[in-house]
Design a binder for this molecule. Structure first.
Ligand SMILES: Cc1cc2nc3c(=O)[nH]c(=O)nc-3n(C[C@H](O)[C@H](O)[C@H](O)COP(=O)(O)OP(=O)(O)OC[C@H]3O[C@@H](n4cnc5c(N)ncnc54)[C@H](O)[C@@H]3O)c2cc1C
Length: 395
């Protein structure tokens, strides 16, 4: 009998038809309610040599390459509490399965927010750390990597560990919390995290301007990004048929924002808008493959032009150099990725297939420092039992 199924008081069941990871069926689903239970489950799985894939809200579990195996889904949805909010210190901590929206609700009464956009509704703290979720406000506040100040984790062998904590200036030792950001469940299970918060600005106004194409929007983007009025977001949305939209967000005090809106509107020939085009969402439909294309800011509009010429719908942050592109059925995804990867790499970035990569296409592409990443993975998870195959270089 598997050690995992003999644990008392821990919810372990046979997987149902819907318990799949990127189409791969799991054997068992374990649903811990505390870090101690996560530790006991991981220790037992380690003893049995079982492959574990963490799951939070499962909104994007089918993204990223399929793992090479999946014996156990570690379902963190029962660990969903906001643990601590110290308004005076602008910090909050929450368990990994807590929806981002619940964290926002808990801190809103104090006039505060976690400055991460909810690009995919339902995202949780564990999921957004594991995937490094980011949206338009990344320009002003960074990503989870910049806002997380401490994480509690459980290693593949069940050992519990803490890095950082509730003090923003906590800097003894390596910052292992940052290593968890974007690791896609391949290094350790995140059980809870501390984040720094920001005050909710008194006023927030979106401005919108249009141009016939991404290339012809270059000067709009340049003016917005380099403007003295310091935008919190500069978004671009471009479609193969139709015009290109630039949305700019200005945040701050009511009086200050009003003056900055005037200056920006005049410079761009822009008008105020309810929200950015697409309401922060990703382009395309959930069934379409999705690319993430990064580059230096100066190359964003040229790359968007290439993507649109290839027939892709592009949307993303011209202010942070992070574009998302949806690939319709009619487009050869391998050719599109080849072209965009060459162009973005030359511009200091990369092209990654976030969702829907065919098996013969390398979703991550060439990655510098792969040897170093392999040795990090081998130290954290020597038997490669955590989400194997999902990360760069097949790690
Ligand atoms: C490859 C990839 C890149 C993405 N990039 C972006 C982006 O740049 N911008 C953007 O807006 N959105 C991005 N997303 C989407 C966004 O991050 C997700 O919507 C959100 O983070 C998923 O939250 P969830 O709670 O539903 O997690 P799930 O869908 O349940 O899990 C998502 C991933 O996180 C892992 N995971 C979940 N919980 C834990 C945990 N406690 N410890 C360790 N690992 C865990 C899972 O195994 C899985 O790999 C990306 C998603 C993926 C897969």
């Amino acid at each position: 009998m598997l050690a995992l199924t003999t644990l008392s008081d821990v919810d372990v069941r046979d997987a149902a038809e819907s318990d799949v990871v990127a189409g791969l069926p799991a054997r068992l689903v374990a649903r811990p309610t505390s870090p101690e239970q996560v530790s006991a489950l991981m220790r037992a799985a380690y003893e049995d040599d079982l492959v574990v894939v963490p799951r939070a809200a499962a909104t994007m579990l089918h993204w990223a390459p399929r793992p090479t195996a999946c014996d156990v889904i570690l379902d963190l949805s029962a660990m969903d509490r906001v643990l601590e909010h110290q308004a005076g210190d602008l910090i909050v901590s929450a368990e990994a399965g807590t929806p981002l929206s619940r964290v926002q609700e808990a801190v809103r009464a104090s006039g505060q927010r976690l400055a991460i956009d909810e690009v995919v509704p339902g995202s949780t703290i564990g999921g957004l750390i594991a995937t490094n979720l980011s949206g338009p406000r990344r320009v002003a506040y960074g990503t989870a990597r910049d806002l997380v100040i401490g994480v509690s984790t459980v290693r593949a062998d069940g050992v519990m560990a803490k890095s950082g904590g509730k003090v923003v200036k906590n800097v003894a030792g390596y910052d292992l919390g940052k290593l968890m950001v974007g690791s896609h469940g391949t290094l350790a299970i995140v059980t809870s995290a501390y984040f720094r918060l920001h005050p909710i600005p008194e006023a927030a106004v979106w401005l919108r301007a249009t141009a016939p194409s991404p290339r012809s929007a270059q000067s709009l983007v340049h003016q917005a990004v380099h403007s003295q009025v310091v935008p919190a977001a500069v978004e671009i949305d471009a479609h193969p048929t139709g015009e290109t939209t630039i949305s700019v967000l200005l945040e701050g005090t009511s009086v200050g924002v009003a003056a900055r809106v005037d200056r920006m509107a005049t410079a761009l020939g822009a008008t105020t808008a309810e929200s950015p085009i697409g309401d922060l969402g990703l382009p395309g439909t959930d069934a379409q493959p999705l690319l993430k294309i990064t580059s230096q800011l100066s190359a964003v509009t040229e790359i968007a032009q290439t993507a649109v010429d290839l027939g892709l719908h592009v949307r993303g942050s011209a202010g942070a150099g992070v574009l998302f592109a949806a690939v319709p059925d009619s487009v050869d995804i391998v050719r599109a990725v080849d072209i965009l990867r060459a162009e973005s790499t030359a511009a200091g970035g990369a092209t990654v297939v976030l969702r829907g990569a065919p098996d013969h296409l390398d979703a991550w592409g060439p990655v510098p420092a792969l040897d170093l990443m392999r040795s990090v993975k081998n130290r954290f998870d020597p038997q490669h039992l955590l989400s194997p195959g999902r990360f760069v270089g097949g790690l």
